[in-house]
Design a protein around this ligand. Sequence first.
Ligand SMILES: [Zn+2]
Length: 266
Amino acid sequence: MANLSWLPSALRAAGFDVVEFGDWRNVSRGTFNPIAVVLHHDASARGDSPGVPAYMQTPGNNGAQIWIDRYGKIYMVGNGLMWQAGAATEGRAGIPYYNWNALSVGIETDHTTGEDWPEAQYNAMVGCAGTLLAGFGQSPNRDRLVGHKEIQAGNPDPDGVDMNTFRQQVAVYMATGGLPYGDDDLSWSENLPELDDNLNAQPDKQNPAWVYMLVTWRLMKQARAELDEIKAKVGAGPNAPAVLTDADVNRIATAVANLLKQRLES
Ligand SMILES: [Zn+2]
């Protein structure tokens, strides 16, 4: 009999803010064996909800196991089967259309149609989906990570989330730990010059670790310069829509850095 008792510590270890809501460990509509994740929005009024909508823990309601607020705080709401998928109309490999509730975990979000997605909230959605799928031993493909709108005809949720992009972002997160929106305190532009200074201030050419760092640093600097060049080319003027955002560049840079790391280690 599966449950989600393992999830809060896994999310906290990954740096997320987790709230254990009410008696969540004992909230369940039955036994389940989750192998997939369904993403939702709760259609609450625009702006910040005062907290987890109380109905989510009401028996018989379509509450989900997890609810994420607009600040990226992850609330644990249920610990077993919940009726989050409602009456889905489409199945996937190994998941008949009528059995989503027993085979998936629902992530609800404080969002309604037409509303923005704050960066912290979106990052938490990606991290939460990735942590769940890793826990299930599954990949973020279209059989195991879906939006409610993809499996229930006529459903709009989660509004404004391109699920193909979301699945790719979860794949990056699961492979590298990188989230779509970067932490400004850890941006390349701010920290890499410092790394350059430190490396050159204390040359240690007999030390393989120092040489490794220097080579990696040079390759990363080169990759970043090339990415900036591409970015400059695709952005035609200050009023043109950004084709690559800073988050895109950081994501690509993270992937490149990991590739370099693998090559250096092999
Ligand atoms: Zn839904």
